[in-house]
Design a binder for this molecule. Structure first.
Ligand code: SF4
Length: 352
């Protein structure tokens, strides 16, 4: 599309966005902190999943200071089930950095935003344009797809250059949000609704999206088996805390592990439960769950071990804890743990 048409493109986007944007809670706020939280939650996560988390998070931590002053476990607990937990840890670290370096006020310079943990080029652009009214592009997956089709831009560099030009307006926050909204609702990856699109007459990719699709690195998924042990003693189950680095860092989980190549479930669980001295205890298999964590497509057999009644249950390690299943929501866990505990509770209910 010729640059001469950009003003017309913007006008059509603004007018469509005014009439058709979804009513989302973060769109009622001009608070840079609230916008930062929503943009972080929306990374790789659908709007309908984010909605309840956003409300709870903002109610619990309404300001940078409240977030910075909270213990990390409380932040992770509110994030439980939303996935990509590094985001929560980075928000917490960044809030503390904002308190230390910027007096508790969100910085409004690109370099200062980029220096905060978890803030990349997209989030910095979204904050500068939406929260601070600066002319910055914000290119997420939706915007990349829309501009790739609309302008015929193919490489990422070309798309970013186009985005920067299109966003040169005193309403770049609305412009970026309109492009995101168009990508989320009409210009979807499969079957874009070109007949309803406000910019169809300007679009180079109209009705021909397959051919003008910008190159995209395809995600490689790994099939993984990850057994989950429900160890029961005196109506309590055993949780343990994961290490402070790596996948699901610092979250609580059921004992278990991703199976190494050629390892068996029995061998892996014997190793994982070694310190409990369950001996050759044969677990009951309650069922299998399917779950995704980042690039892992997990098959999770849920195994029930009953702790021998005569022996007292060990809790010497502070990273292992016996809890009543009803207390699970007080712990920061991934939703795989929550699903496995629910399966156990359903099993217990059906066996009385
Ligand atoms: S006309 Fe079709 S391909 Fe072009 S921006 Fe609109 S929905 Fe996307």
């Amino acid at each position: 599309m010729a640059e001469a048409n950009y003003p017309l493109l913007r006008r059509r986007l603004f007018s469509w966005f005014r009439r058709h944007q979804r009513d989302l809670p973060w769109r009622h706020s001009a608070d840079p902190y609230a916008i930062w939280i929503s943009e972080t939650m929306l990374q790789q996560t659908q709007v309908k999943t984010v909605l309840p988390y956003y409300g709870r998070f903002i109610d619990t931590f309404p300001t940078v200071a409240a977030l910075a002053g909270a213990p990390l476990q409380k932040v992770l607990r509110l994030w439980s089930g939303l996935g990509y937990y590094r985001r929560a840890e980075n928000l917490h670290k960044a809030a503390r950095q904002i308190m230390r370096q910027h007096g508790g006020v969100m910085p409004r310079a690109y370099d200062q935003l980029r220096a905060l943990p978890g803030i990349g080029d997209y989030t910095a652009g979204a904050l500068l344009s939406i929260a601070f009214g600066e002319s910055y592009p914000a290119v997420d997956g939706n915007v990349r797809r829309v501009l790739g089709r609309l302008l015929g831009a193919k490489s990422n560099a070309e798309i970013h250059a186009c985005a920067a030009k299109v966003a040169k307006t005193n309403q770049s926050g609305n412009l970026n949000q309109a492009l995101m909204e168009l990508g989320a609702t009409l210009c979807t990856p499969r079957e874009p609704r070109c007949v309803d699109c406000p910019v169809a007459s300007l679009c180079l990719g109209r009705d021909d999206c397959g051919r003008i699709e910008p190159a995209k690195a395809s995600t490689k998924y790994r099939a993984v088996t990850w057994p989950q042990a429900i160890v029961v003693y005196n109506r309590q189950i055993l949780l343990r805390r994961r290490q402070s680095r790596g996948l699901l860092a610092k979250l609580w989980e059921l004992p278990g592990a991703e199976l190494a190549a050629s390892a068996t479930i029995a061998g892996t669980m014997a190793k994982e439960l070694r310190q409990l001295q369950l001996g050759r205890a044969k677990p009951a298999r309650l069922g299998e769950l399917r779950h995704s964590i980042t690039d892992r497509r997990i098959l999770a057999p849920v195994l029930l071990y009953r702790w021998p009644v005569k022996r007292s249950a060990p809790v010497a390690d502070p990273n292992w804890r016996w809890i009543a299943p009803a207390q699970l929501q007080r712990y920061a866990t991934s939703s795989l743990t929550a699903k496995a505990v629910k399966l156990f509770l359903d099993y217990e209910k059906s066996s009385v």
